[in-house]
Design a protein around this ligand. Structure first.
Ligand code: ADP
Ligand code: MG
Ligand code: ZN
Length: 474
């Protein structure tokens, strides 16, 4: 019997706010333990939460980017559990009426476009972080009360690789959309993976295993690969998979049982009496909608379609949105968007990487790239000289036309001057010249190179080729 995997992911993404969800404490990474805390996020008796409006807006923005339905009414619930990292003994989350319902994430996968349906994307608060030392354990509450968006998929994912691509796509959307910085190193994206196996063709879901708190995508992929294999092995041998929570051991590369799975009723969810329901109005939603930007995949597809870019170039602009915006400002004015892409990717991006500068530091105007392309296309300068002109324009901010004139870099297309260089080179290289005369066509490339060298790159290469050929053909 053949088995297939069924996977659903619950991903927690930290929202990009200055303050925490219910208090004014900084939403800041790396501070000394328990320095960003107050009575509210420590859950002291008598303290009351006040919602952070920016977190609510980012939640709605995420809903729009992920194609969710944003219901007219949402509310907060208490998820009750007793654990040292939850100072209040409950976590504020959304259970019955989440802020975003449904939705989808589309991404490139195995040569096509995969579509993972979402169940919901709700808002909840983070809890503290426990650390265990030799004799003591401690809890750092700096993270307690930090706003998180939890994005829950339907069990639509069919392989570890697909889960990995989904996670990357989700991260791209939320990061480019300004919802989260999605900084993995700072633990801003964490996911719980749920996985079961079933005989191929079966419509029923098998018992699922949940692996909690994966903080790298490659870790999630590896854990899934192992867990799928393990489950198939168990059912092949006639066993069953009891629903449970397992832990991924990164070093041993195995999953191990943590506890049998808790159900929703174990959390005794009930509406949080301290918080009003959310009823986003039309104007408020319109404000949020004004912040919606193009999805990365949509941009890539549009660049391929509208600017006839190869997929590789479009992928660069998908992953680097500011660079893509910069490209587009120039490309809309150019008859040759591919040439614009070449300059932006091969020259500009390389310089920026090398110097550690960003687009806002540029000394030249975007139109200078158009001028540079014109100089090459009209034959005024060779593409080799254009590289030098770009370097000069990058460091001084001068216009390429002015640079080329000033430096005497204008391409030599005057036949008299070109003939003189060709004659000199033929005289100095009788061997290769004879080779060409005797039918070795490739010898002309060497001679051409010599003329270019002699002219310090200024000779018009196409004309040099023609002249040499004429001179060497009896
Ligand atoms: P729980 O209440 O245990 O968290 P949910 O029904 O809320 O379970 O689902 C949590 C995640 O697990 C969702 O992403 C869902 O798609 C996925 N899931 C549910 N059932 C299965 C299953 N049998 N196999 C794999 N994934 C599943
Ligand atoms: Mg769960
Ligand atoms: Zn606080």
């Amino acid at each position: 019997m053949e088995y297939e995997a069924v996977i659903g992911l619950e991903t927690h993404v930290q929202l990009k706010t200055r303050a925490k969800m219910w208090c004014g404490c900084a939403n800041e990474y790396g501070a000394d333990p328990n320095t960003n805390v107050c009575p509210v996020c420590l859950g002291l008796p008598g303290s009351l939460p006040v919602p952070n409006e920016e977190a609510l807006k980012l939640t709605a923005l995420a809903g729009m980017l992920l194609n969710c339905e944003i219901p007219a009414r949402a509310k907060f619930d208490r998820k009750n559990y007793f654990y040292p990292d939850a100072a209040k003994d409950y976590q504020i989350s959304q259970f019955a009426l989440p802020s975003n319902i449904g939705g989808k994430v589309e991404f490139e996968f195995e040569g096509g476009i995969a579509n993972v349906q979402l169940n919901r994307a709700h808002l909840e608060e983070d809890v503290g972080k426990s650390s265990h030392f030799a004799k003591v354990s401690g809890v750092d509450f700096n993270r307690a009360g930090v706003p998180l968006l939890e994005i829950v998929t339907e069990p639509d994912i069919t392989s570890a690789d697909m889960a990995y691509e989904y996670l990357n796509a989700l991260k791209d959307i939320l990061m480019h959309g300004g919802v989260s910085d999605c900084d993995m190193e700072k633990g801003q994206v964490r996911c719980d993976v749920n996985v079961s196996v079933r005989p191929v063709g079966s419509k029923e879901l098998g018992g699922k295993i949940e692996i909690k708190n994966m903080n790298t995508f490659s870790g999630a992929r590896k854990a899934l690969e192992h867990e799928i294999e393990r489950q198939i092995e168990v059912v092949r041998n006639g066993g069953t998979i009891p629903q449970s929570t397992r832990r991924w051991d990164d070093v041993a590369e195995i999953t191990e049982e943590m506890r049998s799975k808790e159900d929703a009723h174990d959390y005794r969810y009930f509406p949080c009496p301290d918080l009003m329901p959310l009823e986003p109005g039309t104007d408020w939603l319109a404000d949020v909608r004004a912040r919606v930007t193009e999805l990365p995949l949509t941009r890539k597809q549009r660049f391929i379609r509208d600017y006839k870019l190869p997929a590789g170039d479009a992928e660069v602009f998908k992953n680097d949105a500011p660079l893509g915006n910069y490209f587009e400002v120039i490309a809309t004015k150019s008859k040759n968007p591919k040439a614009v892409a070449n300059w932006v990717i091969n020259n500009l991006r390389a310089k920026l990487t090398e110097s550690g500068e960003s687009l806002t530091d540029l000394k030249f105007q975007p139109d200078a790239i158009l001028e540079l392309i014109d100089l090459v296309e009209s034959g005024k300068i060779s593409s080799k000289i254009a590289q030098d002109a770009f370097g000069e324009m990058y460091s001084s901010g001068k216009a390429p036309g002015a640079i080329v004139t000033e430096k005497g870099w204008v391409q030599e297309s005057d036949t008299g001057a070109l003939e003189a260089w060709c004659d000199e080179v033929i005289a100095a290289n009788p061997g290769p010249a004879d080779d060409f005369r005797n039918g070795k066509g490739a010898a002309i490339n060497f001679l051409k190179g010599q003329v270019m060298k002699l002219s310090r790159g200024k000779a018009n290469p196409a004309m040099v080729g023609q002249l040499l050929e004429k001179k060497l053909t009896p």
